[in-house]
Design a protein around this ligand. Structure first.
Ligand code: ADP
Ligand code: MG
Length: 588
């Protein structure tokens, strides 16, 4: 087959990273191109076509681009390379392997340097599971290689939609990514080759199979999330909050402790140092579920604020495509994007250059549809052999001044299944995680409850009861600020004290304490049982002072309990002590 000739063109106008290019040949929306500046070649993407002129956004610093600078289109959309070796990798938004690039060009990434995302030379032990004569369709696997502890399925390319009858398949053995492992004929009699490596255009959702309702909980080890505002595997959530409220700390927590197989982190950092920190700390961390290095289940896409904005936009899609690819293997995948506001800003910048009619706060009118289609890539997929794969997506949002009435937060709120709103007041008071339980919500509580009912009956109702205590406590607390402690009825004061105890001993959690940072579900249920005993209890106090000192004492014990190893003798002792104190005070 003769190779199709690609279009070529030249720059007629440049405005920041937006180029007007006159071209000959055929190009399409989203097509990638290379802009030749001296011996450097900068990647760009077609964003608008009119006649024989196109507008392109360049993913790099555009220094040196002039009138008549040559442009070569390559016929492909922005694609991800998919195959074994993605895990443990660190890429930029265009899937450059950052470690390899740094080896080539030093710590300061040089523009125009692109390297293959996956190692071509590396050999992987392949075990075939299909056989010659099998008729395969999209996403079916021909075998697998072991990538760490995962069976990485080698699947019929997702870019091929028809059926393929296998007429060749290699034997078990070691092969590299480009080796033809199998081939066959499609329905039109054309030859289809299957390698470990395949490509997928990142802006399109990669999915094969039936989307089904999410129903399994994704526990995170954060009490305020798992108990009060749970997330489901295949669900979506967002956490908006002002600068410094703890969004990044929370996302790091989720990436470390969430009960999923694979985590894809898209870091569109606000601070360059943050990304470096992740790169340094992650390889040393141990996954509490598999007891292996966390890096082995992680893919990172890093953009710092010093990288061009267009690459940031790409990184969100790059992360989504890689995450979806692993979902097709029947794995539970979590995609985290921090912060989606940086991504939205990239859209705004580009839209401004294109002179599009601006919407609210100068964001483009399509902002909310882009945000929805991103979150819609989440979900549970039922695969052929009734296996399930899931992709959960969580994004942080950093609205200026912490004002949630802005377009990115609002668009995210309209689509996600759980909202964890961080508040400045809470982080200032060092009440971490600074999620405000009075404004946060989840649509997943009933499903999570179904999973937890056998451990604690009527789970969802009990959690709602806890939320009611928080609301009442807040209201009474506000009254007390005005009229003083003695100004409210003793019974009201007790409700307030109960809600404070719930806050301090349950909802708050120290991300930097060895024991407290990660609280497994068992441990949460055990502690929540104690909390419910307190909520339900009718206490006998004679004075406000007496009530206060009793609760303060209880709070101390329970707070300390969180820092003790769950299996320790001491934990059991303190737990028993708290129970004893309660029964001595609760009216029978
Ligand atoms: P954001 O991403 O919202 O700007 P960060 O996540 O970077 O904020 O948090 C800023 C600082 O707040 C952290 O460096 C840390 O000192 C503190 N912090 C945030 N979350 C916690 C937590 N759960 N426990 C203790 N300290 C926290
Ligand atoms: Mg941050």
């Amino acid at each position: 087959m003769q190779k199709k000739k690609h279009a070529v063109g030249q720059v007629v106008q440049a405005f920041g990273n937006l180029l007007h290019v006159r071209f000959e040949g055929n190009i399409r929306q989203g097509e990638m191109a290379r802009v030749r500046v001296g011996d450097e070649s900068l990647l760009a993407e077609v964003i608008e076509i009119a006649g024989n002129e196109a507008k392109l956004q360049v993913f790099e610093d555009t220094r040196g681009i002039k009138l008549h600078t040559p442009v070569e289109f390559n016929g492909h959309l922005l694609e991800a390379e998919l195959g074994p070796g993605l895990l443990s990798s660190i890429f930029d938004g265009l899937q450059n392997p950052l470690e390899d690039v740094a080896k080539e060009t030093g710590v300061y990434l040089q523009r125009g340097v692109y390297m293959p995302p996956l190692d071509r030379a590396r050999l992987w032990g392949f075990t075939p599971t299909a056989k010659v004569g099998d008729v395969l369709s999209r996403g079916d696997s021909i075998g697998f290689v072991l990538e760490g502890r995962f069976e990485h399925k080698i699947m019929l390319p997702f870019s091929h939609f028809g059926k393929v009858k296998l007429n060749y398949l290699v034997k078990e053995g070691s092969y590299n990514l480009d080796h033809v492992l199998a081939s066959g004929e499609d329905e039109k009699g054309q030859l289809i080759e299957i390698k470990m490596l395949q490509r997928w255009p990142v802006k399109n959702a990669l999915i094969e199979g039936k989307k089904v309702r999410a129903s399994r909980m994704m526990d995170t080890g954060l009490r305020i999330l798992d108990t009060q505002f749970p997330i489901l595997k295949g669900g979506t959530f967002c956490s908006p909050g002002p600068f410094g409220a703890g969004k990044t700390v929370m996302q790091h927590h989720l990436s470390k402790y969430s009960a999923v197989d694979i985590v894809v982190i898209v870091a569109c950092g606000e601070r360059a140092g943050e990304v470096v920190e992740v790169l340094q700390t992650f390889p040393e961390l141990i996954d509490p579920h598999s007891h292996e290095s966390l890096m082995k289940r992680t893919v990172m896409i890093c953009n710092t604020s010093s990288m061009p904005v267009a690459a940031r936009e790409a990184s969100v899609y790059m992360g989504a495509a890689i995450a979806e690819y692993y979902r097709q293997m029947g794995l539970d995948v979590l995609l985290l994007a921090d912060s989606t506001s940086r991504w939205a800003q990239a859209m705004r910048e580009m839209s401004g250059r294109l002179e599009e009619i601006p919407g609210e706060e100068a964001f483009p009118a399509y902002l909310s549809s882009r945000i929805s289609s991103f979150y819609e890539r989440a979900g549970v997929v039922e695969l052929k052999d009734q296996r399930m794969g899931s992709l959960t997506i969580g994004g942080s949002v950093s609205p200026a001044g912490g004002n949630f009435e802005e377009p990115v937060t609002q668009a995210s709120l309209a689509i996600v299944g759980a909202f964890h709103g961080l508040s400045r007041a809470r982080s200032d008071a060092r009440r971490y995680p600074a999620i405000d339980p009075l404004i946060s919500w989840t649509k997943y509580l009933n499903e999570a409850g179904r999973e937890l009912n056998h451990r604690l009956p009527h789970w969802a109702d009990r959690v709602r009861q806890a939320a009611t205590f928080l609301r009442k406590g807040d209201e009474i607390g506000k009254r007390m600020e005005v009229v003083g402690e003695e100004g409210v009825a003793l019974d009201d004061m007790v409700v307030y004290l109960k809600s404070e105890l719930y806050e301090f001993c349950y909802l708050q959690q120290n991300a930097f304490d060895k024991e407290d940072a990660y609280c497994p579900l068992d441990r949460q249920v055990k502690l929540f049982t104690l909390i419910l005993k307190i909520f339900d209890g009718q206490f006998s106090f004679d004075t406000h002072d007496e009530a206060r000192s009793f609760f303060l004492n209880l709070q101390n014990d329970m707070k300390n309990m969180n820092f003790l190893p769950y299996e320790s003798h001491l934990y059991k002792e303190v737990y028993a002590e708290v129970e004893r104190k309660l029964s001595s005070r609760i009216k029978a």
